[in-house]
Write a new protein. Structure first.
Length: 102
């Protein structure tokens, strides 16, 4: 595996998404019990692929398009992490070295 392939694998792990159907992906961030967004892949009249990021809702008719991208990776990268959840988790895992307490 070359450096570029390894970097791509790391990026996919960092920015996870799951293919649900041929042209539908669920974007997973926090909370981990449901997607935070959906990506729909469509082609325009010239058969150029486009990827639309939608807000998450369990009922598909209630999802709303929030952005359009040329690639799946760009669409996935546009969905941000909820930093508040990450920061709160980090605070519970940070402590004095070697468990030393004052």
């Amino acid at each position: 595996m070359g450096r570029t392939e390894r970097d791509n694998d790391i990026e996919r792990e960092r920015m996870p998404y799951v293919q649900i159907e041929a042209n539908l992906w669920a974007v997973m961030r926090y909370p981990k019990d449901h997607p935070v967004a959906m990506i729909v892949g469509l082609a325009n009249r010239d058969n150029v692929p486009l990827f639309f990021v939608q807000t998450w809702h369990p009922e598909p008719s209630r999802r709303r398009v929030i952005s359009q991208h040329d690639t799946l990776e760009e669409a996935n990268g546009s969905v941000l992490w909820d930093r508040a959840v990450i920061d709160a988790a980090a605070k519970t895992r940070v402590g004095p070295p070697n468990g030393v307490r004052n």
